[in-house]
Design a protein around this ligand. Structure first.
Ligand code: ADP
Ligand code: MG
Ligand code: MG
Length: 257
C-alpha cells in the first residue's frame, strides 16, 4: 500500500530567456493518490497539468518554490530523477522523447536494472518482454529500433505502457496517454493500464482533457484543474458534466484567481 501525497505545491517554470524571471505555473496543488486508486485530472490546455507531472518526476526545468511531495512519507523533492523511479514513481510523458542509437530492448533492460536494483536474468527477461509486447500488440521487431525514433504517436504511447508493465511502479502518472490515439490503439493502451492496476494494485494519476479514455480506464476520482490548481473534485459523474458542459463554469470561476 503506497501513498503519493502532494501538499500546497507551487511550481515555477524556467523562462526560456535565461535573464528573465521564472514563471509561476502551479498555485497550490493538493492531491493524494493511493495504491489501487485511479484519479483523473482534467483541465484545459495550458492549465499546468504537464507541469504537475514534470514536478513529480523531477524535471530540472520545473522549480518547486513551496509545498511538499511525499511517497509513503519519504520526501520526493529531495530525490534525484533516478531515485524517484526507484522509489516507485513512473511518468509516461505527453511527448515521449526520441533516443537515437539506443534500441528499445536495451533501453528497457537498462531502465528495469535501474529500478529493480539488479539486471534481470536474461532468459527470464526476454520472455517477460516478449509477453508484454504481445499483450500490447507491439511487433517484436520494435525491440531493435531506436527508442521512439520515427514511431507514430500510437507506437510511442504503446511503448510508454510497455515500460509501465515492465517497471511495475507504485504510482503511475500518465500524461495525455490518450492523445493522438485511434480507437484501436486507445483500447490496447487502456487495457495495458488496467492490467497494471490489477496486477500491481497500482495507483494511477491520469491526465487528460478528453473524457473518451475514461470509458476504458474508470477513475474513482475526477479533479478539475484550472489555472495551476485543482478547483473541484468529485467522482466519475464530474467527468460526465465536463463532457456535457466543458470547462466554462470552472474557467469563469477561476478567472482572476
Ligand atoms: P497543460 O499540460 O495543462 O497543457 P502545461 O503544464 O504544459 O499545461 O503548461 C502550463 C503553462 O506553463 C503554459 O502557459 C505553458 O506555456 C507554460 N510552460 C510550461 N512549460 C514551459 C517551459 N518549459 N517554458 C515556458 N513556459 C512553459
Ligand atoms: Mg497541453
Ligand atoms: Mg500537458
Amino acid at each position: 500500500m503506497s501513498t503519493l501525497e502532494i501538499r500546497d505545491l507551487h511550481v515555477n517554470v524556467a523562462n526560456s530567456d535565461e535573464n528573465a524571471e521564472s514563471i509561476n505555473i502551479l498555485k497550490g496543488v493538493n492531491l493524494t493518490v493511493r495504491s489501487g486508486e485511479t484519479h483523473a485530472i482534467m483541465g484545459p490546455n495550458g492549465s499546468g497539468k504537464s507541469t504537475l507531472s514534470y514536478a513529480i518526476a523531477g524535471h530540472p526545468k520545473y522549480e518547486v518554490t513551496s509545498g511538499t511531495i511525499t511517497l509513503d512519507g519519504e520526501n520526493v523533492l529531495e530525490m534525484s530523477v533516478d531515485e524517484r523511479a526507484r522509489a516507485g514513481l513512473f511518468l509516461a510523458m505527453q511527448y515521449p522523447v526520441e533516443v537515437p542509437g539506443v534500441s528499445m530492448s536495451n533501453f528497457l533492460r537498462t531502465a528495469a536494472t535501474s529500478v529493480r536494483g539488479e539486471a534481470p536474468k536474461l532468459r527470464h527477461w526476454v520472455k517477460e518482454v516478449k509477453e508484454a509486447m504481445s499483450e500490447l500488440e507491439i511487433d517484436p521487431t520494435f525491440g531493435e529500433r531506436s527508442v521512439n525514433e520515427g514511431f507514430s504517436g500510437g507506437e510511442k504511447k504503446r511503448h510508454e505502457i510497455l515500460q509501465l508493465g515492465l517497471l511495475k511502479p507504485k504510482i503511475a502518472i500518465l500524461d495525455e496517454t490518450d492523445s493522438g490515439l485511434d480507437v484501436d490503439a486507445l483500447r490496447v493502451v487502456s487495457e495495458g493500464v488496467n492490467r497494471y492496476k490489477e496486477r500491481e494494485d497500482g495507483g494511477v494519476l491520469l491526465i487528460t482533457h478528453y473524457t473518451r479514455i475514461l470509458r476504458y480506464i474508470q477513475p474513482e476520482f475526477v479533479h478539475v484543474f484550472v489555472n495551476g490548481r485543482i478547483v473541484e473534485s468529485g467522482g466519475a459523474e464530474l467527468a460526465d458534466e465536463l463532457e456535457a458542459n466543458g470547462y466554462v463554469r470552472f474557467t469563469q470561476a477561476g478567472a482572476g484567481a
